[in-house]
Design a protein around this ligand. Structure first.
Ligand code: F6P
Length: 357
């Protein structure tokens, strides 16, 4: 008999359901009796004891379904040790739910913040398995996270669509891509979509260099320019500020996001028309792409094996094409960023893509 709890926390993405299906199928095929408790809306469900006892039917037909059948919410790690509005100790409450249900383990699907809380619960004595979810691909210790490839497809399609309209107008187009503080999604979608200029948080940009790149294209007879701009892109000037100063500056910014600020600068300095497109949360939506379905089936199945082995305290990662148990204590709290000197960036530069440096 195995009793497992499961929750999905933080921003959702495609393939959360596919990953949970992998875990439950892997266990139900190999364990005599299985009870699965699904905690609703992330850690909230664990804190307040809000759960559903799930059956295998709940995991049937969900391989291709986007979102999460359990719901999700953001519960910042920093707030976990802070009592709620009624004075409830959240960590104590989560442990109490876990022990009351007599769980063998808790399977937690989420990104960096979620992973930090998962590690905290491990330190508090709970049996934890973490599965790395996020369209941002910024989880340290795994080559890839699920959601990333599906989001690349959507962001690339947005750039593709802009390409056809761009070809009809002499304009500059900016497509703003999600990714929080890292540039993985923008880099991959930018290259896949044939963007001319790619701006990433890891490579602070100089707007004059961006304008130079646009002018170079115009001189070469190209009527339009496409920029893929990460939502976390930052100018050289802003990168030189302290965290506090930068936060204050962003709070006072009159633009909805960095792309609009860049657009304004380009328009003012060149007189060229600039349009901004923000695909936003569409990048997290819809059904998972085949790559993510395979990834999640493998990660889910590998998680089931770890549970059968009663080997807990790991993120189930994908490293060099193989699933791997990576100790949570070694990776929680670390961010995987794009190396500005990596091969892919060098290759992109070689074919003329500007990074605005
Ligand atoms: O972490 C995933 C992500 O989609 C980021 O790319 C983005 O910055 C953030 O979540 C948006 O968060 P929310 O859905 O809370 O607005």
């Amino acid at each position: 008999m195995k009793k497992i709890g499961m929750l999905t926390s933080g921003g959702d993405c495609q393939a959360l359901n596919a990953a949970m299906r992998g875990v439950v199928k892997g266990l139900s095929e190999n364990v005599d009796e299985l009870e699965v408790y699904g905690f609703l809306n992330g850690y909230k469900g664990l804190i307040y004891g809000d759960y559903r006892l799930l059956t295998s039917a709940d995991f049937s037909g969900i391989l291709t379904k986007g979102g999460t059948i359990l719901g999700s919410s953001r519960q910042p790690f920093k707030q976990m040790r802070v009592p709620d509005e009624n004075g409830l100790d959240k960590v104590k409450a989560m442990k109490s739910t876990y022990f009351k249900l007599n769980l063998d383990c808790l399977v937690i699907l989420g990104g960096n913040g979620t992973e930090k809380t998962a590690n905290l619960l491990r330190e508090e004595g709970l049996n934890i398995i973490h599965l790395p979810k996020t369209i941002d691909n910024d989880i340290y210790g795994t080559d890839v996270t699920f959601g990333f490839q599906s989001a690349i497809n959507i962001a690339t399609e947005a750039i593709d669509c802009i390409h056809t309209t761009a070809a009809s107008h002499n304009r500059v187009f900016i497509v703003e891509v999600m990714g929080h503080k890292v540039g993985w999604l923008t880099l991959y979608a930018g290259v896949a979509g044939g963007a001319d200029i790619i701006l990433l948080p890891e490579i602070p940009y100089d707007v004059e260099k961006v304008i130079e790149a646009i002018n170079k294209r115009t001189k070469a007879g190209k009527g339009f320019t496409i920029l893929a701009v990460a939502e976390g892109a930052i100018s050289k000037e802003d990168a030189a500020l302290s965290k506090k100063e930068y936060k204050e500056k962003v709070a006072k910014r009159k633009y909805p996001s960095v792309s609009y600020e860049i657009a304004d600068r380009i328009m003012k300095e060149t007189g060229v028309e600039v349009r901004v497109t923000v695909p936003g949360h569409t990048q997290r939506g819809g059904s998972p792409c085949p790559y993510d379905r395979v990834l999640c089936t493998r990660l889910g199945s590998a998680a089931a094996k770890a549970i059968m082995d009663e080997d807990y305290g790991y993120m189930i990662a994908m490293v060099n094409g193989k699933t791997k148990r990576v100790p949570l204590g070694e990776v929680a709290g670390k961010l995987k960023t794009v190396d500005p000197n990596c091969q892919m960036i060098k290759e992109a530069k070689r074919i003329g893509i500007s990074f605005g440096e």
